[in-house]
Design a protein around this ligand. Structure first.
Ligand code: NAD
Length: 250
């Protein structure tokens, strides 16, 4: 029970890495607030939480909207009294060369991947300062560390998350707020499966750069998220933890 008594918000908690992390952290005692823009996924996660005997609630929220963050955090504090952990994880991808990316596509991906993380961190920090600290985990990517073809907005947003993580970690280290990010390699989530089925990216082009030669399962990312959320990582802040089958080491 490494998160016993902790309250954890998970964005993008209705699918993939967010869902797996919600279920794993709940097994370790966390009360989970699942935030997602898609109601069906959020409800699926809460049902799975209840089936495993955990505590959780779904709050529909768009992470790009500041008002949604404030409402979600007000509701979390009303229900559970505090916010100990924020897993700032909602995000998406866009696969096309820069010459084909419209301003609208650029703005909306940066809004989801980077502004969403900024807003979540901002409002979590405001509340964590009042309760004596907490842990924020942002989801970057191995493609925030190394470039990948035809993903300019994605690589820029994920690289930005690593630097935002370090900057926030620096400002709040003395206030007991740890801010780290996780950099997953290719992980078999619904979003990634959809990319392959549409033919946007070939699995060979991705796995060719992964020494382990396979995708991660979402549960293999959830374990490191649990670690960063827990007191086992009490001396870690500003870190970008790569969980990538070796993709970024060469
Ligand atoms: N799957 C991978 O290979 C991989 C690798 C590295 C990083 N990541 C990152 O991990 C995170 C999760 O990705 P995933 O693969 O689990 O994707 P996913 O599509 O399975 O899950 C993402 C969730 O975010 C939700 N969401 C989308 N827009 C939202 C918004 N505006 N507000 C709130 N929720 C919103 C979606 O409804 C969905 O439930 C993303 O930040 C992604 O960039 C994924």
């Amino acid at each position: 029970m490494r998160l016993k008594g902790k309250v954890m918000m998970v964005t993008g908690g209705g699918s993939g890495i967010g869902q797996a992390a919600a279920l794993r952290c709940a097994k370790e005692g966390a009360k989970i607030v699942v935030m997602d823009i898609v109601e069906a996924g959020g409800r699926e996660t809460v049902n799975a939480l209840k089936s495993q005997g955990s505590v959780g609630v779904f709050i529909k929220a768009d992470v790009t909207q500041e008002a949604d963050w404030i409402a979600a955090m007000d509701e979390t504090e009303r229900r559970y009294g505090r916010i100990d952990v924020l897993f700032n994880n909602a995000g998406s991808n866009l696969s096309k060369p820069v010459t084909e990316v419209t301003v609208g596509e650029w703005d909306s991906l940066i809004a989801l991947n980077l502004k969403g993380v900024f807003l979540g961190a901002k409002h979590a920090i405001i509340r964590m300062l009042k309760t004596g600290g907490g842990s924020i985990i942002n989801t970057s990517s191995s493609f925030g560390v190394i470039a990948f073809p035809k993903m300019p907005a994605y690589c820029a947003s994920k690289g930005g998350i690593i630097m935002l993580t370090r900057q926030l970690a620096l400002d709040y280290a003395k206030q007991n707020i740890r801010v780290n990010c996780i950099c997953p390699g290719p992980t078999l989530t619904p979003r990634v499966k959809a990319h392959f089925s549409k033919g946007d990216v070939s699995s060979d082009s991705v796995l060719g750069g992964v020494p382990m030669g396979r995708f991660a399962e979402p549960e293999e990312i959830a374990g490191p998220v649990l670690f960063l959320a827990s007191d086992d990582a009490s001396y870690m802040t500003g870190a970008a933890l790569v969980v990538d089958g070796g993709q970024t080491m060469h």
